[in-house]
Design a protein. Structure first.
Length: 94
């Protein structure tokens, strides 16, 4: 399996109601990085082929909409610099 394939493999829920469709870039963007290292490794994920516009199941979040929802300006800027769609919206039109 190639690094690009691994990075872009989406999660499948292990329990009903758990989120699915998350890629490595979604996890980097969802606010769970309490050490704030994400702005360092996000460009590396993109360089390895992470899909900037990958959507989660159900809510249709992209990594950018997750970062904006977490008020993660550092990461939002890094994703925009990498080419993320600044007009992306999730299923709630946010």
């Amino acid at each position: 399996m190639t690094p690009e394939k691994i990075i872009n493999t989406a999660t499948k829920p292990s329990k009903p109601g758990w989120p699915s469709g998350f890629t490595c870039l979604h996890f980097a963007s969802d606010g769970s990085d309490h050490d704030r290292m994400r702005e360092n490794f996000t460009p590396r994920l993109v360089a390895l082929g992470a899909h900037l516009e990958a959507r989660t199941d159900g809510t249709w979040n992209t990594p950018f909409t997750l970062a904006v929802g977490q008020a993660a300006g550092d990461l939002s800027r890094a994703l925009l610099k990498a080419g993320a769609d600044k007009n992306a919206k999730n299923s709630r039109a946010k």
